[in-house]
Design a binder for this molecule. Structure first.
Ligand SMILES: C[S@@+](CC[C@H](N)C(=O)[O-])C[C@H]1O[C@@H](n2cnc3c(N)ncnc32)[C@H](O)[C@@H]1O
Length: 194
């Protein structure tokens, strides 16, 4: 199962569902209108793909039981979702642990531009946000993290990315986190992966 948290209009999950019919793609989004529209659009296809599911809700109220997710994406998070991933919020970590397979991979793609996004970062108490600081927060919880600067034509062509990609200075960064149980905690003195 692939879980997309903060799925927005759900198009990313819907496109993956079409391309990969053997996998269940679960899109979670707290915006009611977006979620209703995403579900309607998914059944409009002919034939409708049976494997995208659109759930209304926040990461903090992930419904259960869900099938285990081997891949979790958080693409261009904003608001309380950005705050949770930026700080590796312990409650988020627990919730992801509860739904993830032993070898699950969490992919967070951010494209924060500090000057343009200043007021949101301040509202979230994330004034010093950088992708590197986010990676450090996850490493400090014992996860292995790899970070890559993405080319604008990267694989995460979501609706939001298409909207913001032209903002000067806005570049996307992929932060890949290996989920728990499996990735050995980083030991003191051990060289950390990039
Ligand atoms: C900038 S949009 C990106 C949407 C989509 N991933 C895309 O790239 O097109 C951020 C999304 O995160 C959602 N979001 C905000 N807080 C959330 C939360 N607590 N749990 C889940 N999603 C949340 C918002 O409703 C919004 O749809």
């Amino acid at each position: 199962m692939h879980l997309d948290l903060g799925a927005g209009d759900g198009r990313y999950a819907a496109a993956l569902a079409k391309a990969d019919p053997a996998t269940l793609h679960v899109a979670v989004e707290p915006n009611h209108a977006s979620t209703v529209e995403a579900s309607r659009a998914a059944v409009r296809g002919s034939p409708a793909a049976p494997n995208p599911v659109f759930l209304l809700g926040s990461w903090s109220e992930l419904p259960g039981p869900l099938p285990e997710a081997s891949r979790i994406t958080v693409l261009f998070p904003w608001g309380s979702l950005l705050q949770a991933v930026a700080t590796a919020n312990p409650e988020l970590v627990d919730r992801l642990r509860a739904v993830a397979t032993p070898d699950a991979r969490l992919e967070i793609v951010t494209a924060i531009e500090p000057a343009t996004d200043r007021s949101e970062l301040r509202r979230l108490s994330l004034d010093g946000f950088t992708p590197e600081a986010m990676a450090t927060a996850w490493r400090e919880r014992g996860f292995a993290v790899e970070q890559t600067a993405l080319d604008p034509s990267h694989a995460y062509q979501t609706t939001w990315w298409r909207r913001i990609r032209r903002t000067p200075g806005r570049t996307a960064t992929l932060t890949q986190v290996t989920l728990p149980g499996q990735a050995p905690p980083v030991r003191r003195g051990q060289r950390r992966s990039r």
